[in-house]
Design a protein around this ligand. Structure first.
Ligand code: PEP
Ligand code: MG
Length: 601
């Protein structure tokens, strides 16, 4: 007998990370990359059953692959469907299946663990191979492994190919998964983990998609096809909403769209931006996905202040080659025009890397591990390819390169050395390399403390406040359990921002603030008060930040910022910001856009 699922209305409270609300059918997406595989013991009497479970998963994965192959042949042509043949051959490989079953039986372990043991062994062999083509095939092994492990969990991996509007529900959405979604069909996003600066949040805000994160167990409860209502304004999610909830939602949506129509920006977004007392501020755009490119100019951004290049990686973690990268950077430079684009070196590792051999789940402490510049320096072939692509694109348009997560000048020197070697090599090959300014992301405390020496070594600073908050306060930016401790307005963070800005000023180099703080009108005003003159944010945030900056006096903002720097904790700073900005300019800073009073835990 099948048990009927409870379809009464249920509510979840999470962290609101964007605006708006939407209702629709749930589509659960398995993010894959973070899937950790546990070892568990299987009783001797259950081993036969475990083997049968493994065989069933192989059959399920095979059926999925055959369906995918058919669809690929239909939509892309037979010649593109061949990649699935390699995966099918692997699944049908007698030796592989026998090995997995042998591990289950010999070690009395679960199928997931046995799959991991066998495929890890295989990957180690491929790793040793010098031939690029064959080594590349290791990503096929990873793909098939992930498919098998997902099949063992009873999930489907097919969710990414959205064909109709859906409310996307996931435990966590990795950048690579997000990059592959068809956003025209995403009505809303709801995830179990995440925080205000997690990548799901950044992308959802950038694309104007209602999103609530940190729902803890919503993914486990919701099923594909269920109806859900996502209210990003309230941070609320309703599963199986009843008639009353849907009606209230309908009324609110009508009211919201009427007020949005009234508030549509009418000002000239390209006009130079000044505070009321005449201080110039430049607003640039952060972009990740091609759908955002056209918004750079639509919202009047002065060039692209941050391109998160890791979004060029596919879900499987495969690297774009030199020509693919060069084409992408040239396109970005074209979009950015005279004001140029700042390409960030791959910020991989930590919460950023899609599943691969270097899966962050394998590191004990990924945020402190082989991430960003460390990853690039440790994988010189990846760094060299990216450097060549950037240098070549810089011959066609204005491109700057920024190094993520540098600790001190050593990281900068080592990266520069590789870049200059590649410049020489390109010249020797008769290929044109353009001028390139190299900057440092200031996002870890050590970089702040040695900001003076760093400023003498680089051409500009880019302040990544998302990581600066994470590392200064030792709070995981993607962990909703500690969201109460993630305080962007903590005095330690503001002191760091001030110190980095002052160091840049003293060295005569520009600095741009490109973390999520820059896109919030209240935080942006504080940043201007601290001395920031360039801010980079999701293109859609530009109009409202612009409105707030042109309405304030820099002198007054500087007084507010100076008072904030005297505070002992974030509560005190937030109180000053509420009173300082809200009290002085109530029309620009109504209570709903000021930091709310928070409590921890
Ligand atoms: C930051 O850390 O503030 C930043 C801009 O980069 P990311 O969010 O990609 O880490
Ligand atoms: Mg960062």
């Amino acid at each position: 007998m099948t048990r009927r699922r409870d379809k009464t209305e249920q509510r979840w409270q999470g962290i609101a990370v964007s605006d708006g609300a939407a209702s629709g059918r749930v589509l659960r997406i398995h993010s894959g990359g973070r899937h950790s595989t546990f070892r568990s013991a299987v009783e001797p009497g259950e081993l036969e059953r475990e083997v049968r479970r493994y065989r069933a998963a192989v059959r399920l994965a095979r059926r999925q692959l055959l369906a995918l192959k058919k669809r690929a042949a239909h939509t892309l042509g037979e010649e593109h469907a061949y990649i699935f043949d390699a995966h099918l051959l692997m699944l049908e490989d007698r030796k592989l299946n026998e090995d997995v079953e042998a591990v289950i039986l010999a070690e009395s372990v679960n199928s997931e663990w046995a799959v991991k043991v066998v495929t890890d062994r295989l990957l180690a062999v491929y790793d040793e191979i010098k031939d690029d083509y064959l080594r590349e095939r290791s990503s096929d092994i990873e793909d098939v492994t992930r498919r098998l492990i997902v099949a063992l969990s009873g999930e489907s991996m097919g969710g990414r190919r959205l064909t109709e509007d859906a409310v996307v529900v996931a435990e966590e959405l990795l950048p690579s998964t997000l990059a592959e979604l068809d956003f025209t069909h995403v009505k809303a996003v709801a995830t179990d983990v995440g925080g205000w600066t997690s990548h799901t949040a950044i992308i959802a805000r950038g694309l104007g998609i209602p999103a609530v994160v940190g729902l803890r167990d919503f993914y486990r409860t919701a099923r594909t096809g269920d109806t859900a209502l996502i209210d990003a304004g309230r941070g609320e999610v309703v599963l199986h909403p009843g008639a009353d909830s849907l009606e209230r939602f309908g009324d609110e949506r009508r009211a919201a769209s009427a007020s949005a129509a009234r508030a549509a920006p009418s000002e000239d977004l390209r006009a130079p931006l000044r505070t009321r007392d005449g201080v110039g501020v430049t607003l640039r755009a952060n972009v990740e996905l091609p759908v955002e490119y056209e918004w750079v100019n639509r919202y009047g951004a002065r060039g692209i202040g941050l391109f998160r290049s890791e979004f060029l990686l596919s879900h499987r973690g495969s690297m774009p080659d030199e020509d693919e990268q060069r084409a992408a950077y040239e396109e970005l430079a074209r979009v950015a025009g005279d004001e140029g684009v700042t390409v960030r070196l791959f910020d991989l590792g930590g919460d950023k890397l899609p599943g691969s051999r270097l899966d962050p789940a394998e590191e004990r402490n990924p945020a402190l591990g082989l991430r960003a510049i460390r990853f690039c320096l440790q994988h010189p072939e990846i760094l060299r390819t990216q450097a060549r692509a950037v240098l070549r694109a810089a011959a066609r348009g204005r491109i700057d390169l920024v190094l993520p997560m540098v600790s001190d000048v050593t990281d900068v020197r080592r990266a520069r050395e590789v870049i200059e070697e590649e410049r020489d090599r390109l010249e020797a090959e008769g290929k044109e390399a353009g001028p390139l300014r190299v900057g440092a992301m200031i996002e870890v405390p050590s970089a702040v403390l040695v900001a003076d020496s760093l400023a003498r070594e680089v051409d500009f600073f880019s302040l990544g406040t998302n990581d600066l908050v994470q590392y200064t306060l030792a709070v995981d930016r993607g962990n909703d359990e500690v969201a109460g401790w993630f305080r962007s307005l903590h005095p330690a963070v503001l002191l760091s921002v001030r110190r980095a800005l002052d160091a840049a000023l003293a060295a005569g180099i520009p600095s741009v603030v490109c973390g999520e703080m820059a896109g919030s009108p209240a935080y942006a005003a504080v940043l201007v008060g601290l001395g920031a003159r360039e801010l980079s944010m999701a293109p859609g945030s530009i109009p409202r930040v612009r409105r707030s900056i042109q309405g304030i006096e820099e002198g007054a903002a500087a007084e507010i910022a100076a008072a904030c720097l005297e505070c002992a904790d974030a509560d005190a700073v937030e109180e000053i910001v509420r009173e300082g900005l809200g009290g002085r300019w109530p029309n620009l800073f109504p209570p709903e856009i000021l930091p709310p009073r928070k409590s921890r835990g």
